[in-house]
Design a protein around this ligand. Structure first.
Ligand SMILES: [Zn+2]
Ligand SMILES: [Zn+2]
Length: 137
């Protein structure tokens, strides 16, 4: 398995040597900031399978659950690239828009629908969860 991607300006590139564990669309309030008003689509991979080239910056925040989150982005163009939770150091979430081939990021579920605005376009064909669920069974 060889998956590649990067940011809008090309300063950051990454390569992934594992298949996605799961992909989910997230409507949490924070993702609405990152997604310009929409949900984000996040593809979960084993952390060790992702190699990143180029400088990223890290925005650290504490989730409602108490989890310390790191969200990395390109300091040149601002593209959101990754999110990682300190509680799950073996996983990394890649923003689907950064993949060279976004087709591989087909969401299996939508999470945090309780935070979505009334006009949100939410796929009726996949499970919807009001809040958070663990990323992997
Ligand atoms: Zn960039
Ligand atoms: Zn979210």
């Amino acid at each position: 398995m060889q998956i590649a991607g990067g940011c809008l300006c090309g300063s950051v590139r990454f390569r992934i040597t594992a298949a996605p564990i799961i992909t989910r669309a997230c409507w949490c309030r924070l993702c609405q900031y990152l997604g310009a008003g929409s949900s984000t689509v996040n593809v979960c991979f084993p952390r060790e399978a992702v190699a990143v080239e180029g400088e990223t910056r890290d925005y650290r925040s504490v989730a409602d659950s108490g989890n310390v989150m790191h969200r990395r982005f390109c300091p040149q163009c601002g593209t959101p690239l990754f999110s990682e939770a300190e509680a799950r150091p073996h996983l990394i979430f890649v923003r689907a828009g950064t993949l060279d081939d976004p087709e591989i990021a087909k969401p299996a579920a939508t999470i945090w629908t309780s935070a979505a605005p009334t006009w949100a376009c939410i796929d009726e064909r996949i499970p919807r969860v009001e809040g958070q669920t663990p990323p992997a069974a």
